[in-house]
Design a protein around this ligand. Structure first.
Ligand code: KG4
Ligand code: ZN
Length: 339
């Protein structure tokens, strides 16, 4: 079915707008918010204010890049949750009024499900597209889940973190080492020059397919506290090895449960999604499983790994086909469980 879908994403600190023609990406514009850097994390009040400033120029740019007029749009899709309520309100209010003004359907999407549906986006780069059912390790700043994806709308969470998320662990480890926010990409970069087996940290022992990262965070904190007592330049002189070892531990934890999930379900089509799927070590670990266990591995393009509106528009497109439209009365949700 031919349709132009506008996607709007504003769940955290990136304001993004995308235009799809079916699942083809015509534009995917992202405005990052630099304002949080000096605070070492996202400040919700500042995030919603920045979204208010960014949203109109970002949508305007997306329409220009896509080279279409707003009157050609068939539907507006937006992130309803999970995320920061003040940020979600900016995107959802704008999406509602825009759809109403244009007289076209409004479509609500879930941020985490949309991360997974980013695998169905098409652009100039040819990438394989998974078939159902497949498993997806969905790893972001606030979530860590193993999802059995039965179809576009039927996604079963078969494992999840009982405390911190993988992205949060990267960010907190970086903060302990005095690295700026967000720490994930920086740890990834520094880890490239380090030895992943130099330091070892405790790994959790959690039953089933669930994860836990709070113990690892404490283990890093105590380890560094003790070493710094003996040598206050310890972090500085071992930065690359520390980053490589921390990254290696996080990836090990993630991959062990993912392998178990594949064995338990008998599914060998395995994908990764969410901000942490941009991590080069995790990408390599997935490729290694293709060789070792015969998995068919699906890794999103970098720009569709971290937050973007193209994935929201993809989710919107599949709902548009099924006429799964949203009412103007829907309110955003901060947590996926309160949906
Ligand atoms: O999906 P995302 O962009 O936003 C949320 O929905 O949370 O994920 C953000 C998370 C942050 O914790 C960030 O540090 C992490 O993804 N991240 C990475 C990398 N790029 C982003 N973590 C490790 N390695 C990376 N290259
Ligand atoms: Zn995200």
């Amino acid at each position: 079915m031919c349709a132009y879908i506008l996607g709007i994403e504003s769940s955290c600190d990136d304001t993004s707008a995308a235009v799809l023609h079916d699942t083809h990406v015509l534009a995917n514009v992202i405005a990052n918010q630099q304002v949080h850097e000096k605070f070492g994390g996202v400040v919700p009040e500042l995030a919603s204010r920045a979204h208010q400033q960014n949203i109109i120029p970002v949508i305007d740019t997306a329409l220009k890049v896509a080279n279409i007029d707003k009157k050609q749009l068939n539907a507006v899709a937006y992130t309803r949750g999970p995320g920061l309520l003040g940020s979600l309100l900016v995107g959802s209010s704008f999406a509602k009024s825009f759809a109403l003004t244009l007289g076209i359907p409004l479509i609500e999407t879930d941020h985490m499900e949309s991360h997974i549906l980013a695998h169905f986006l098409r652009d100039d780069e040819v990438r394989p597209i998974p078939t159902f059912p497949f498993l997806c390790l969905t790893v972001s700043g606030g979530h860590t889940q193993i999802v059995k994806v039965n179809n576009y709308f039927d996604m079963e969470i078969i494992g999840k973190t009982i405390d911190d998320a993988a992205g949060e662990t990267f960010d907190k480890a970086a903060k302990i080492m005095d690295l700026p926010y967000p720490g994930g990409p920086l740890i990834d970069k520094l880890a490239k020059d380090g030895d992943p087996s130099k330091f070892s940290f405790s790994e959790p022992n959690i039953p089933g397919l669930d994860y836990s990262f709070s113990g690892l965070k404490t283990s890093i904190l105590y380890f560094l506290r003790d070493r710094l007592r003996e040598d206050n330049t310890f972090i500085q002189t071992n930065k690359a090895d520390l980053c490589a070892s921390i990254q290696h531990t996080i990836i090990n934890i993630l991959m062990k449960k993912l392998v178990r999930a594949s064995q338990q379900t008998g599914i060998s089509q395995v994908a990764i999604a969410g901000g942490v799927s941009a991590n080069s070590g995790l990408r390599q670990a997935m490729m290694a499983m293709e060789q070792k266990l015969g998995w068919q591995v699906y890794i999103p393009k970098m720009s569709y790994s971290t937050d973007n509106a193209a994935m929201i528009a993809a989710s919107g497109y599949f709902k548009y086909i099924e006429k799964m439209f949203a009412s103007q009365e829907l309110t955003p949700y901060a947590r996926q469980s309160s949906r």
